[in-house]
Design a protein around this ligand. Structure first.
Ligand SMILES: C[S@@+](CC[C@H](N)C(=O)[O-])C[C@H]1O[C@@H](n2cnc3c(N)ncnc32)[C@H](O)[C@@H]1O
Length: 233
């Protein structure tokens, strides 16, 4: 797809790493549009999962929830600062293996993970390539769970508008503020100028080819989820 090729061509791993090193140092790990969906994501984790992978774990807020449900978790992030903070904050979790890595440069043994999760990360990667890779790494009957941002279209307008007052209310109730501090806003704005997202139609098109049967849902706070259970052959 042209959009996917454009994303692939524009990926600058060093810049993404530098952006997230900067954002890690500003992070407070509080309620945000991603953590709002942690409970939803946890519900998709297959019971009795032994081995899980999280890609783009950031400072580790979700991987600590996952580690209470799964015997062993491998948590990857491109940013050394994110992984440093994640390790500090997860010192009591012996079953999480944190690693600084670009997921695209790793080879996973086939059918290794019962569960693979990625939150707000896959838009930094060529979607078809990464979904194919994760499909191979997922065990039969395992589940892939993605939460990420999408490029809105006019059909999404009502949801986008409805989200604004709800976001302000939730942000205030959960953090006591309605805005991020200035330096955090600036760091996200500088990072965001290079971000690009798939539309839901583009994502569904890719899923039909790579992950037939995947459930793609639009959520209120500018996110979609993709849930795919790997069928037995
Ligand atoms: C927007 S943050 C989300 C972090 C966390 N999942 C959360 O919900 O707070 C995206 C994360 O993906 C990581 N990331 C981006 N590209 C990556 C790659 N190719 N391999 C591994 N991690 C990557 C970044 O370093 C960053 O920490």
């Amino acid at each position: 797809m042209r959009q996917t090729k454009a994303i692939k061509d524009s990926i600058d791993v060093a810049r993404i790493q530098a952006d997230f090193d900067r954002l890690a140092l500003l992070s407070r790990e509080e309620w945000d549009h991603n953590s709002h969906y942690h409970r939803f994501i946890l519900k998709q984790v297959p019971p009795y999962s032994r081995s899980a992978l999280e890609i783009g774990c950031g400072t580790g807020a979700f991987v600590r929830l996952l580690a209470r449900r799964v015997e062993h978790v491998l948590a990857l992030d491109l940013s050394p600062q994110m992984i440093r903070l994640a390790q500090e904050r997860s010192a009591s979790y012996a079953n999480i293996d944190f690693r600084v890595a670009d997921v695209l440069s790793l080879e996973f043994p086939p059918e290794q993970f019962d569960c693979i999760v990625s939150i707000a990360t896959l838009h930094h990667l060529p979607m078809e390539d990464i979904l194919s890779k994760l499909k191979t790494a997922l065990a039969v009957n395992g589940t892939l769970i993605v939460l990420d941002l999408y490029q809105a279209r006019p059909a999404d307008s009502f949801t986008l508008l409805a989200a604004i007052p709800i976001n302000i209310l939730l942000k205030y109730l959960k953090t006591g503020r309605i805005k991020e501090p200035q330096e955090v806003q600036e760091a996200w704005a500088e990072h965001g100028q290079y971000d690009s997202y798939l539309t839901l139609a583009q994502l569904r098109h890719i899923c039909r080819a790579v992950l037939p049967g995947a459930q793609v849902r639009r959520h209120l706070l500018w996110r979609y989820s993709l849930v795919w259970k790997k069928p037995s052959r």
